[in-house]
Design a binder for this molecule. Sequence first.
Ligand SMILES: C[C@@H](Nc1nc2c(c3cc(-c4cn[nH]c4)ccc13)C(=O)N=C/C2=C\CC1CC1)C(C)(C)C
Length: 328
Amino acid sequence: KDRGAAVGMRREVDASGRAIVRQVKKGVRDFSFGRVLGEGSYSTVYLATDRQTLKEYAIKVLEKRHIIKEKKIKYVNIEKNTLNRLTEHPGIVRLYYTFQDETSLYYVLDLCNGGELLGVLKKAGTFDVECARFYGAQILDSIDYMHSRGVIHRDLKPENVLLDDQMHVKITDFGTAKLLRDPREPWEPDGADRGVPESGKRQGQEDGRAASFVGTAEYVSPELLTHKSACKASDLWAFGCIIYQLLAGRPPFKAGSEYLTFQKIVNLEYEFPPGFPPSSRDLVERCLVLDPARRLTIEHIKNHEFFQGQQFGKTLWRTKAPRLRPFV
Ligand SMILES: C[C@@H](Nc1nc2c(c3cc(-c4cn[nH]c4)ccc13)C(=O)N=C/C2=C\CC1CC1)C(C)(C)C
């Protein structure tokens, strides 16, 4: 049964006049669509309101013809399987319903009114250490949950970190995630299950995709560029890039072309702007390590001086988001 499917309860009267409640699936008609919130390469995300409950959602619409033409069916299935696996964490955008009509697929998701973290960062210029610590902690807590559910995001970047109306983090865009074999789920022979060795050692290209997929240039890990395979530590490389960018206002590796950016990454060519806070610098340096096996693990990062006194887990998600320092 498609756990992403929705069932709505509709009260009706049957032939003999008896009141019955019928389970029905939500459909396009159950929502009134608003403005476009974001455009992906294969999708458009709309603001939408449930006509019955008046609750607001984001609805991601994918055009079937375009997906088939571009051979992206696998990505669509991976995103849906991933969203169905990541169901109970405040830092992950939640999938409520899925349905389709003759032309499109529809995902009904959490609405993130704060938009993208990138936009907020650009407006602020840079974050102070307190803000970087709060958003860093929420992103790290979300990565921890993803990894515990056998999901490697593989394309973490400030554009994919959204904010809800409390200015809390909501990680999104799982079309390029890698699903590790989940011992609790039955093996899916259709290839959706991609057993990836924990150690991140060379992955067979049984699905072909792994060989071709590369995330966004500035945040791609060196192992993905050199060995064509990502592991959990690849998300922590991206985490290091994000912490650097929150404090410096720009990513550590950025050059005139993708190729030159990749060269900087594999040669670990980056420097800190003057005034970059020392303990933050130490954390970034221990995440931006070429060998994934020597990179800080999530536990080490949580215990790093940068996060001293920072709560993780439930308390973190009840904390009020710090005011963003306007750019001075
Ligand atoms: C990253 C994504 N952009 C966005 N994806 C989502 C948004 C979203 C909201 C705003 C926004 C809200 N207010 N102002 C701006 C701007 C961009 C958004 C949302 O609210 N809920 C779920 C989303 C995505 C869920 C998807 C993983 C299944 C791209 C660019 C790919 C369309």
